[in-house]
Write a protein that binds this ligand. Structure first.
Ligand SMILES: [Zn+2]
Ligand SMILES: [Zn+2]
Length: 151
């Protein structure tokens, strides 16, 4: 039997399922925006198809902004505890980027890629076999590593 992949916000107002057979691979972004937004050293994110994310408890609030590149980013968060849960981007239609630290099994996530490492905290060391890029990763590398196990 497959594991149910579940997650939610800090206070429990929002709960979601990922309709996947197992935990998705995650990439870590060490950019300044991710550090600011998470209040942490880096963000952990999983990319899933829109239909594979099902919010079954609560309704996230939306914060949308236009990025410097012109794409529209829609961020979804809990209105009560303000945990940011996932986002979409008009540059990547049909996909949802999940803040993987909100998964219940976040202690078992596997990081398959590091990006924006030129901004990483100096005390972070990467596993030698995990690809790392000073800025964003080439689209094909990103697709193969992060989305390789999905349809
Ligand atoms: Zn909450
Ligand atoms: Zn980032």
């Amino acid at each position: 039997m497959n594991e149910r992949i579940t997650g939610g916000c800090r206070c429990g107002t929002i709960r979601y399922d990922l309709m996947l057979d197992r935990l998705p691979p995650v990439y870590c972004c060490h950019c300044r925006d991710c550090q600011t937004w998470t209040g942490s050293a880096f963000s952990q994110q999983a990319v899933v198809h829109e239909g594979d994310l099902v919010v079954n408890v609560g309704e996230p609030v939306e914060y949308a902004f236009t990025s410097p590149s012109g794409s529209l980013s829609r961020q979804y968060a809990c209105a009560t505890c303000h945990t940011r849960l996932y986002n979409t981007n008009s540059a990547r239609p049909g996909l949802v980027i999940v803040r993987a630290g909100t998964l219940d099994a976040s202690d078992r996530l596997e990081a398959v890629l590091h990006i924006w490492t030129k901004r990483k905290q100096p005390w972070i060391a990467f596993a030698a076999d995990v690809p790392a890029f000073p800025e964003s990763a080439p689209a094909e590398v990103f697709r193969n590593l992060v989305m390789g196990e999905q349809r």
